[in-house]
Design a protein around this ligand. Structure first.
Ligand code: GLV
Length: 309
């Protein structure tokens, strides 16, 4: 019996390995994909950006875990072993990091701090310089969206959220469906996109939907790049319909050197680091799912293949 870790080197698979080993010194762990000693022994795999078809090599796999909140990269593999359940991670530290990033970006915009940094005479002394509007809309009210909603509520923002199904979160107006999306966008000053990538969310943010935001709204994408039609965002920024955007995720990552986002004055880009996976913090959840998988028990954070997340 073994657990396979297959992560890019930059994700430091050895730290995850030692965190798991400190939970269970008897646990046999293989770090792949190369040199897996005994493929038939692998019963659980933790993966991120794995080579397509890799998971077919392990005939006794009981479950596969994505090493992040999203499972779209895993599900994009057209050669996954049939019937093997897929789980993803949810983690409080990751939710805190995400909320921290979103708060930083929204406040940077709201208090116009970049303008102050580049031009200290930007406003007269003693006058208030704030981006107008207090309405924050969150696309995606899952684990991360809900945590962020609570942080913004505490800061005094009016918070709304849009999700596949209506959610009950105290103080947050909940919307769903296409009409619900329009209704929320119509009143939004800051739009935060934390949507998973699914057939329904692909290209959802385009000229039609983004034009429904209040004039001068600010757009933030920390979900997946493929939910945004990039040229549409640029046109709306150039036309002044949107006042700016902060993008952490892109259709192709890393973002190409000459990509128009890089030099656009109204776009702030960050390298998909709004939130990363802390190995020590997620090891207990991975180990719990490993134990459940090998004993045939209900898994945590099971991905619903029908809905794609
Ligand atoms: C990061 O993109 C994640 O899905 O956790």
């Amino acid at each position: 019996m073994s657990l396979l870790i297959c992560l890019p080197d930059s994700f430091e698979p050895r730290i995850l390995c030692s965190s798991l080993q400190s939970l269970d010194p008897e646990l046999k762990i293989e770090i792949g994909p190369e040199n897996v000693q005994n493929p038939a022994e692998v019963e659980f795999a933790v993966v991120w950006n794995h080579p397509q078809g890799l998971l077919l090599k392990y005939p006794n796999l009981q479950a596969i875990s994505s090493y992040g909140h999203g499972a779209d990269g895993l599900l994009a593999d057209k050669k996954l072993p049939e019937g093997v359940p897929i789980v993803r991670l949810t983690n409080e530290t990751m939710a805190n990091w995400m909320s921290e990033y979103l708060l930083a970006v929204v406040l940077l915009k709201r208090r116009q701090l970049l303008e102050h940094a580049s031009n200290p005479e930007f406003v007269e002394w003693g006058t208030a310089a704030r981006h107008p509007g207090n309405q924050l809309g969150i696309l995606g009210l899952g684990y991360l969206g809900k945590a962020a909603a609570k942080v913004f509520l505490q800061m005094g923002f009016d918070v709304a959220g849009w999700s596949r199904t209506l959610k009950q979160i105290e103080g947050v107006s909940s919307y769903s469906g296409r009409d619900g999306l329009t209704e929320m966008l119509n009143k939004t000053d800051y739009l935060v996109n934390i949507l998973p990538l699914t057939d329904e969310t692909l290209n959802l943010l385009n000229t039609e939907t983004l034009s429904q935001l209040k004039r001068g709204a600010y757009y933030i994408n920390v979900g997946r790049g493929q939910t945004l039609v990039e040229e549409d965002l640029i046109s709306l920024l150039d036309a002044g319909q949107l006042s700016g955007a902060c993008l952490d995720v892109f259709r192709t990552e890393p973002l190409a050197e000459g990509h128009p986002f890089r030099k656009h004055k109204k776009i702030l880009i960050t390298p998909h680091n709004s939130c990363s996976t802390p190995p020590e913090a997620v090891a207990p959840q991975i180990y719990e799912n490993y134990k459940r998988a090998i004993s045939g028990r209900q898994l945590l954070n099971l991905v619903d293949l029908k809905h794609g997340y």
